[in-house]
Design a protein around this ligand. Sequence first.
Ligand code: EPZ
Length: 422
Amino acid sequence: MYKFLIKGGKLLNGKVKVSGSKNASLPIIFAAILTEDAVISNVPDLRDTRTAISLLKDMGFEAEFDNNKLHVMKGKRIKTEADYELVRTMRASVLTLGPLLARFGKARVSLPGGCAIGARPVDLHLKALSKLGADIKIEHGYINAVASNGLKGAEIVFDFPTVGGTENLLMAAVLAKGKTIIMNAAKEPEIVDLARALKRAGAIIEGEGTDTIEVEGVDSIGPINYTVMPDRIEAGTFVACVAAAGGEVIIEEFPHDVLGAVIDKFKDAGVVIEKIDNKTAFVKSEGKLRGTDITTEVYPGFPTDMQAQFMAVMCLADGVSVIKETIFENRFQHVLELQRLGADIKIDGNTAIVRGVDRLIGAKVMATDLRASASLVVAGLAAENTTEIYRIYHLERGYENLEMKLSFLGADIEKVKSDRPY
Ligand code: EPZ
């Protein structure tokens, strides 16, 4: 096991490049199930993308992953099953359900278990796929789905604009007979990226990025050949690092056009964010920031995946920040760890009241989930003395070479063997 050692108080300077998006890569990797051949570029090398590749290999697909380029080819015999051992390590594995059903007429996918940030059921996925004619039963912890006569297009209205549910449905509808209309669909940029990859391969889709997506089913799609968008949450995390530690940094592959709410809130707090060009941002932070309130919302609102990192920055801001989490019911676990660094945070239901303090002081802290661990890195960069972050395997699920990228910016961060069995 490994941990991070961060000696805080170093200003950040230089250039950093944002990797490909984890949350766009995962559905696009699983979209390979719909076709004979897929070449996907700019795929970040992460624990989660490697799990997705292992899952495809376990099903019988051939896959080569090198230098952020993934080539997936359909093998002779495909097992239409996503095994518990892999699914339990990554919930997004449930995104194999739609493509397997659409392509092979059956699927057996382990139910994703519990998650640190909330219950995260998949009821909306199953309800929608049933509307396309799938016969779905839950048995022994597995989703058993069959559509022996193929899926049939239908009108779907989601109770909530679920990201994963929209992606699963979109992939299923591509090969369903007739038209599917998805209403109250999620509008996240990763869904637009998935739709673009599918359209390039011959799928007929309209309205991606709006709350109504229309899909005209086709018999088959051609090879996928696509370059994944940059990771907007990694980009936002770098802004948080500069905001907390101070300094001047140029962020390359910065997706300005999908980070509106995040950029606005950091600017409200006093961070300088300038557009150098469509793909590059200049970020500068000096001195005390202003307390700023946020409420997490579905896109284009403030993303829940940036809540923890923003909270870490507000721990040292002037005044009070009220942070409301509306997407996941248990996404404040970083609060207890930030308090260990000296932060003043009170929780009241789904709201955290952060009172800015003069300084944070390094201590031993524990990562509990992906974005919570990123918030501890942000706080550690600003804290005096040394912060030791345990269970960094959470971080490696979603950040490619984070410690290397931050050390190039002048941070004193090291990945070392843990002195604990965790
Ligand atoms: C995606 O998760 C992301 N994961 C999450 O990022 C992100 O936090 C989330 O969208 C919201 O933006 C990936 O893309 C792999 P949802 P997903 O379905 O698809 C409830 C990260 O840090 N819900 O939009 O699981 C659910 O419980 C991760 O990178 C149901 O009740 O999100 C949650 O409260 C964490 N029933 C809310 O909706 C369902 O069937 C949003 O979930 C589906 C969802």
